[in-house]
Design a protein around this ligand. Structure first.
Ligand SMILES: Cc1cc2nc3c(=O)[nH]c(=O)nc-3n(C[C@H](O)[C@H](O)[C@H](O)COP(=O)(O)OP(=O)(O)OC[C@H]3O[C@@H](n4cnc5c(N)ncnc54)[C@H](O)[C@@H]3O)c2cc1C
Length: 334
């Protein structure tokens, strides 16, 4: 490292906080994490999770963060616990205008034709797939064991409290917590409900149907379980599932599986493992739900806050690309 190491506190032990802390530690900085919740209690633990760049269309940084993250996940596939590559098929109710930008750098892209009714368009590609029940503990261990970092259980109420303890830079990866901490009214919860069922069919392919309103439909199989999702419930703050919503998710997934050629699966949720609700940290601006805030602010003389929050539906997808920008913003400080 060319510059002297910085004393840094990262707020948050979700996927964005851990990825940022790992990259900063790897550069030789003195980094500690302070977090209210850590794995397995964070929103990140409840994510699907499949590489989903289509959720952040239109954001200025999206293409760069997405491509950089993709390269990292590509390298972690088969190396990091829970990370692999899988074929994804996505079906749309409205025609695609053009080839999606992110398909330029993923492998195996093809436009699907014909597609089963009621869909009118579809695509397939090979994308990274993260089993968060295994990937989050692996990420934590990278920081605490490989890089000897510490995670302090604590609720932060102001940036000053960390800066007064002697750190020079606070990296704010507090997700929904940023609404209060950064006094940002654009931050709001978008609840997602999912079921995990035993993968009794040895499925490998991920299926997604274009989201409509507060619903989205996806089937993400992993080695031992299949994730059935989901919902986009804006402003819902209660971290709890409800049976009617779960039943509707199962019915939509059954229809998607049938249309995609998997036949009838009447016993789809016969072996439920877990039902989860997670509050995605959305940041809503100019019609976008993922108006991510990734910038450096001089908080007081020689003290800075680097914000990295508001990833909504795509925090797993973007985490490594955003972490690379966090490092750049830290190291640009003269
Ligand atoms: C059902 C569901 C499915 C999803 N599927 C996908 C997917 O397929 N692909 C994808 O890319 N994304 C997906 N997501 C979105 C993804 O989970 C989020 O974008 C991501 O987890 C955000 O990560 P984060 O680190 O910013 O926030 P979080 O995981 O919420 O972590 C925030 C951290 O900050 C801490 N914190 C907050 N406030 C304070 C405070 N005041 N003091 C101290 N600590 C604080 C918290 O305790 C926590 O440690 C999904 C989400 C859900 C719920």
């Amino acid at each position: 490292m060319s510059r002297s190491p910085r004393r840094i506190a990262v707020i948050g032990a979700g996927v964005c906080g851990l990825s940022s802390a790992i990259r900063l530690r790897e550069r030789g900085h003195a980094v500690r994490i302070v977090a209210q919740r850590r794995s397995p209690q964070t929103t990140s633990n409840r994510a699907g999770a499949v590489f989903t760049p289509f959720r952040v269309e239109g954001h200025a940084g999206a293409a760069r963060w997405t491509e950089a993250s993709h390269a990292v996940y590509r390298g972690l596939a088969g190396v990091a616990a829970g990370v692999g590559l899988a074929r994804l098929r996505e079906y749309f109710f409205t025609p695609l205008d053009e080839r999606p930008w992110w398909t330029e750098f993923v492998e195996g892209y093809e436009r699907l034709a014909p597609v089963p009714a009621p869909y009118v368009d579809g695509l397939a590609a090979t994308v990274p797939r993260m089993d968060m029940t295994r990937y989050m503990p692996w990420l934590e261990a990278q920081f605490t064991e490989r890089l000897a970092g510490t995670i302090e259980p604590r609720t932060v109420t102001t940036f000053d409290e960390l800066l007064e303890e002697g750190c020079e830079i606070v990296v704010n990866c507090s997700g929904l917590g940023a609404a209060k901490l950064a006094d940002d009214p654009a931050v709001m919860p978008m609840r997602g409900q999912v079921l995990h069922v035993a993968n009794a069919w040895s499925w490998r392919e991920c299926l997604v149907e274009e989201g409509r309103g507060s619903t989205t439909t996806y089937v993400f199989p992993f080695e031992d379980y299949v994730v059935l999702g989901g919902t986009y419930e804006r402003h819902e703050r209660v971290e709890q599932t409800d049976e009617a919503t779960l039943a509707a998710i199962v019915a939509r997934c059954q229809a998607l599986l049938s249309r995609a050629g998997f036949g009838d699966v009447p016993d789809l949720d016969a072996r439920r493992l877990r039902c989860w609700a997670g509050l995605r940290p959305a940041r809503v601006q100019h019609g976008a739900d993922e108006a991510i805030r990734l910038e450096r602010v001089e908080h007081s003389p020689s003290r800075w806050v680097v914000h990295n929050y508001g990833h909504g539906r795509a925090g797993v997808t973007l985490s490594w690309g955003c972490a690379a920008d966090v490092v750049r913003l830290v190291e640009e400080i003269g």
